[in-house]
Design a protein around this ligand. Structure first.
Ligand code: AMP
Length: 119
Protein backbone atom coordinates (compact mmCIF):
# COMPACT_ATOMS: atom_id res chain seq x y z
CA UNK A 1 0.00 0.00 0.00
CA UNK A 2 1.57 3.30 -1.06
CA UNK A 3 0.74 5.24 2.11
CA UNK A 4 2.06 2.53 4.41
CA UNK A 5 5.55 2.95 5.91
CA UNK A 6 7.00 -0.56 5.80
CA UNK A 7 9.96 0.55 7.94
CA UNK A 8 7.86 0.61 11.12
CA UNK A 9 8.75 -1.73 13.96
CA UNK A 10 5.63 -3.90 13.68
CA UNK A 11 6.21 -4.41 9.94
CA UNK A 12 9.72 -5.58 10.85
CA UNK A 13 8.20 -8.10 13.27
CA UNK A 14 5.85 -9.38 10.60
CA UNK A 15 8.81 -9.84 8.22
CA UNK A 16 10.71 -11.70 10.95
CA UNK A 17 13.46 -9.06 11.22
CA UNK A 18 12.60 -8.49 14.90
CA UNK A 19 11.38 -11.29 17.15
CA UNK A 20 8.62 -10.18 19.51
CA UNK A 21 7.27 -12.09 22.48
CA UNK A 22 4.52 -13.79 20.45
CA UNK A 23 1.37 -14.88 22.25
CA UNK A 24 -0.95 -15.79 19.43
CA UNK A 25 -1.19 -15.73 15.68
CA UNK A 26 -3.49 -16.97 12.97
CA UNK A 27 -3.85 -16.28 9.26
CA UNK A 28 -4.78 -12.63 9.79
CA UNK A 29 -3.52 -11.39 13.14
CA UNK A 30 -0.53 -11.47 15.42
CA UNK A 31 -0.38 -10.74 19.19
CA UNK A 32 2.62 -10.01 21.39
CA UNK A 33 3.54 -8.37 24.69
CA UNK A 34 4.07 -4.61 24.63
CA UNK A 35 7.76 -3.85 25.21
CA UNK A 36 6.91 -0.97 27.59
CA UNK A 37 3.83 -2.23 29.46
CA UNK A 38 1.43 0.39 30.86
CA UNK A 39 -0.39 -2.22 32.99
CA UNK A 40 0.41 -5.56 34.62
CA UNK A 41 -0.67 -7.19 31.37
CA UNK A 42 -0.26 -5.18 28.18
CA UNK A 43 -0.61 -6.94 24.86
CA UNK A 44 -0.86 -5.64 21.31
CA UNK A 45 -2.93 -7.29 18.60
CA UNK A 46 -2.10 -6.32 15.03
CA UNK A 47 -3.36 -7.34 11.60
CA UNK A 48 -0.84 -9.11 9.38
CA UNK A 49 -1.96 -6.91 6.49
CA UNK A 50 -0.34 -3.52 5.82
CA UNK A 51 -2.79 -1.07 7.42
CA UNK A 52 -1.36 2.01 9.05
CA UNK A 53 -4.35 2.73 11.27
CA UNK A 54 -7.95 1.91 12.11
CA UNK A 55 -9.17 4.28 9.39
CA UNK A 56 -7.41 2.30 6.63
CA UNK A 57 -8.35 -0.97 8.23
CA UNK A 58 -12.03 -0.07 8.53
CA UNK A 59 -12.12 1.19 4.95
CA UNK A 60 -9.99 -1.41 3.17
CA UNK A 61 -9.74 -4.66 5.11
CA UNK A 62 -11.65 -7.73 4.03
CA UNK A 63 -14.48 -9.06 6.16
CA UNK A 64 -12.25 -11.96 7.18
CA UNK A 65 -9.52 -9.59 8.40
CA UNK A 66 -12.01 -7.40 10.27
CA UNK A 67 -13.59 -10.37 11.97
CA UNK A 68 -10.23 -11.90 12.89
CA UNK A 69 -9.15 -8.79 14.82
CA UNK A 70 -12.17 -8.85 17.10
CA UNK A 71 -12.24 -12.62 17.42
CA UNK A 72 -8.64 -12.47 18.61
CA UNK A 73 -9.53 -10.21 21.57
CA UNK A 74 -11.21 -12.80 23.81
CA UNK A 75 -8.81 -15.53 22.69
CA UNK A 76 -5.75 -13.49 23.62
CA UNK A 77 -7.41 -12.17 26.81
CA UNK A 78 -7.94 -15.75 27.90
CA UNK A 79 -4.40 -16.77 26.98
CA UNK A 80 -2.87 -14.02 29.12
CA UNK A 81 -5.30 -14.60 32.00
CA UNK A 82 -7.34 -11.39 31.93
CA UNK A 83 -10.63 -12.56 30.41
CA UNK A 84 -12.19 -13.20 33.79
CA UNK A 85 -11.16 -9.96 35.49
CA UNK A 86 -11.81 -7.75 32.50
CA UNK A 87 -9.61 -5.41 30.53
CA UNK A 88 -9.44 -2.22 28.53
CA UNK A 89 -8.95 -2.07 24.79
CA UNK A 90 -7.53 0.97 23.07
CA UNK A 91 -6.75 1.90 19.48
CA UNK A 92 -4.88 5.14 18.88
CA UNK A 93 -5.16 6.72 15.43
CA UNK A 94 -2.73 9.19 13.87
CA UNK A 95 -1.37 12.40 15.38
CA UNK A 96 -4.35 13.59 17.41
CA UNK A 97 -5.00 10.05 18.60
CA UNK A 98 -1.45 9.71 19.91
CA UNK A 99 -0.48 6.85 17.59
CA UNK A 100 3.28 6.30 17.58
CA UNK A 101 3.74 3.17 15.50
CA UNK A 102 2.10 3.50 12.05
CA UNK A 103 0.75 -0.05 11.82
CA UNK A 104 -2.70 -0.60 13.31
CA UNK A 105 -2.55 -2.11 16.79
CA UNK A 106 -5.14 -2.80 19.43
CA UNK A 107 -3.92 -2.42 23.01
CA UNK A 108 -5.25 -4.99 25.48
CA UNK A 109 -4.60 -3.91 29.07
CA UNK A 110 -5.48 -5.72 32.28
CA UNK A 111 -4.31 -7.80 35.21
CA UNK A 112 -5.24 -4.93 37.53
CA UNK A 113 -7.61 -1.95 37.41
CA UNK A 114 -6.37 0.03 34.43
CA UNK A 115 -6.63 3.79 34.88
CA UNK A 116 -7.56 5.61 31.73
CA UNK A 117 -4.91 8.23 31.00
CA UNK A 118 -5.97 10.25 28.01
CA UNK A 119 -3.00 12.63 28.30
P1 AMP B 1 0.76 3.71 20.11
O1 AMP B 1 1.18 4.87 20.93
O2 AMP B 1 -0.72 3.42 20.20
O3 AMP B 1 1.27 3.79 18.69
O4 AMP B 1 1.44 2.46 20.78
C1 AMP B 1 2.64 1.91 20.37
C2 AMP B 1 3.01 0.84 21.36
O5 AMP B 1 4.03 0.02 20.82
C3 AMP B 1 3.54 1.39 22.70
O6 AMP B 1 2.72 0.92 23.77
C4 AMP B 1 4.95 0.85 22.76
O7 AMP B 1 5.33 0.53 24.07
C5 AMP B 1 4.88 -0.38 21.85
N1 AMP B 1 6.13 -0.79 21.24
C6 AMP B 1 7.02 -0.02 20.58
N2 AMP B 1 8.06 -0.77 20.13
C7 AMP B 1 7.79 -2.04 20.50
C8 AMP B 1 8.46 -3.29 20.33
N3 AMP B 1 9.64 -3.38 19.69
N4 AMP B 1 7.90 -4.41 20.84
C9 AMP B 1 6.72 -4.34 21.49
N5 AMP B 1 6.04 -3.20 21.68
C10 AMP B 1 6.56 -2.07 21.20
Amino acid sequence: MSDYDSGNVFAKMLRGEITPDIIYQDEYVFAFHDAYPKAKVHVLIIPKGAYKNITQFGERASDAELIAMLRAVPKVAEMVGIKEGGYRTLINCDKDGGQEVPHLHLHLLGGEFVKLDLG
